[in-house]
Design a protein around this ligand. Structure first.
Ligand SMILES: [Zn+2]
Length: 84
């Protein structure tokens, strides 16, 4: 299991519905990067832990030079994920 999973299908599925609150409800998890990387103000949001993790991994790569998310780091990140 490596690489980010795109969530395009999920976004498209919600585009047809007029109920915007449903979409906001779906973005139920968030991770503040600053909790792990002091001084960083990036926030990853997603409907699930996996989605937040994927976004956080992408951000960590670009912003912090972390090429690979180890199981230890993933566990740390999961622990920092909170309900939005
Ligand atoms: Zn960061």
């Amino acid at each position: 299991m490596c690489g980010a999973r795109p969530s395009v299908a999920f976004a498209q599925a919600s585009a047809d519905t007029s109920d915007d609150e449903l979409w906001e409800d779906a973005m139920a998890k968030q991770l503040k990067c600053g909790d792990l990387m002091p001084g960083c103000d990036f926030v990853a949001r997603g409907a699930s832990e996996e989605e937040v993790l994927a976004k956080a991994a992408e951000h960590a790569k670009k912003a912090h030079g972390i090429q690979q998310v180890t199981p230890e780091l993933a566990a740390k990140v999961k622990g920092a994920i909170k309900d939005a």
